[in-house]
Write a protein that binds this ligand. Structure first.
Ligand code: WQD
Length: 340
């Protein structure tokens, strides 16, 4: 049985991926430092899957500790690397924190495996900036990132591509997520923002349950049909399944090179106002919102061309915005009854 290391495996996308790896018959070991997640998620994963994943608390920025961990776990056949700081706004305020954490952890991991490992890297559509062509495909050039967070994703992709070019034993797949939202159908795991949610959907669910005031729609004067900004929202469970597909491709000999990039989205854009309407329709809960000014650093519209993942990963998103909203709401209601 293949044993997959999931770094950041108690986080939002990481925890859902651990569940899907289990469902696909993989053995999993999680490392996390709980800097942006809650240890209770390990109990939740255990309840969902029926078996407790192996776990080691580890700071991936500590080079020696990472080497010791990898030496003690020589049966790891692949890595899915989620562990990174990812708050756009915070990265603007604390750039060095982001560059240090996101690069030290990645480079320590690669070095600890002596550059001989199958690695799935958590990247982001943010590397495209505002694309000139929509839907955006993987061949589109990246643009100057709007934030240090986005820059860490761009530079990490370059580090991986350049290292793979001279390191045949290192096989890497960078997955460019669009906007991950929603929660597991059990409502036992989901997004756990710390403090006031910066992202749209957790703010919607917290506003709907009364934890927050009205939603502010950041701008309705964009050049879009209803004036609000458009994103490609993807259900976190679909996203998790794509990571299993990526690991399977790395384990096969099918990859055309030892460095590949895939967009992970639905291929469909939804505006902020459409997401709000979808939430109200799927939950029956009326939302209060006001129209505010545009948010600094936001792009106007983006959605992904997802044909490459369909072809090469044999994967496509199956859950629609209605299910994304319904599952996010069920998770918020679960949290109200079972605060972490
Ligand atoms: C979506 C839309 C906002 C909040 C970022 C990162 C991306 C990924 C996901 C990490 C935008 C609007 C939001 C609100 C609003 N990060 N909005 N009112 O900015 O597209 O992507 O988070 O994995 O890499 O770039 O996501 O959810 O913050 O915003 O109107 O209260 O909702 O302006 O148009 P974003 P988001």
């Amino acid at each position: 049985m293949s044993k997959i290391l999931v770094t950041g495996g108690t986080g939002f996308i990481g925890s859902h991926t651990v569940v899907e790896l289990h469902n696909a018959g993989y053995e999993v070991i999680i490392v996390d430092d709980f800097s942006n997640s809650n240890p209770k998620i390990l109990d939740q994963i255990t309840t969902i899957t029926g078996s407790r994943p192996e776990f080691v608390e580890l700071d991936l920025c500590d080079e020696q500790k990472v080497k010791d961990f990898v030496a003690k776990n020589a049966d790891i056949t692949g890595v899915i690397h989620f562990a990174a700081f990812k708050a756009v706004g915070e990265s603007v305020q604390q750039p060095l924190k982001y560059y240090r954490n996101n690069f030290y952890s990645l480079i320590n991991l690669i070095n600890a495996f002596n550059s001989k490992i199958n690695l799935v890297f958590s990247s982001s559509c943010t590397v495209y900036g505002q694309p000139d062509v929509l839907p955006v495909d993987e061949s589109e050039p990246t643009k100057k990132a709007e934030s240090p967070y986005g820059n860490t994703k761009q530079i990490a992709e370059e580090i991986l591509q350049e290292t793979c070019a001279v390191t045949p034993g290192l096989k890497v797949t960078s997955l460019r997520y669009f906007n991950p939202v929603g929660a597991h159908a059990s409502a036992l795991i989901g997004e756990l923002p710390i403090g006031v949610p910066q992202n749209l959907v957790p703010f919607i669910t917290q506003s709907a349950i009364g934890k927050r005031g009205p939603i502010t729609v950041y701008g309705n004067d964009y050049n879009t049909p209803d004036g609000s900004a458009i994103r490609d929202y993807i259900h976190v469970v679909d996203l998790a399944k794509a990571h299993v597909a990526a690991i399977k491709r790395l384990e096969s000999a099918n990859a055309s090179s030892n460095y590949e990039v895939f967009n992970l989205g639905t291929g469909t854009g939804s505006s902020v106002l459409e997401v709000i309407a979808a939430f109200e329709q799927s939950t029956g809960v009326k939302l209060n919102y006001t129209i505010g000014a545009r948010r600094e650093g936001d792009i106007e519209q983006v959605w992904g061309n997802v044909e490459k993942a369909a072809r090469d990963l044999n994967w496509k998103a199956e859950l629609d915005v209605t299910e994304m909203m319904r599952s996010a709401w069920n998770w918020e209601k679960y949290l109200q009854e079972n605060p972490f």
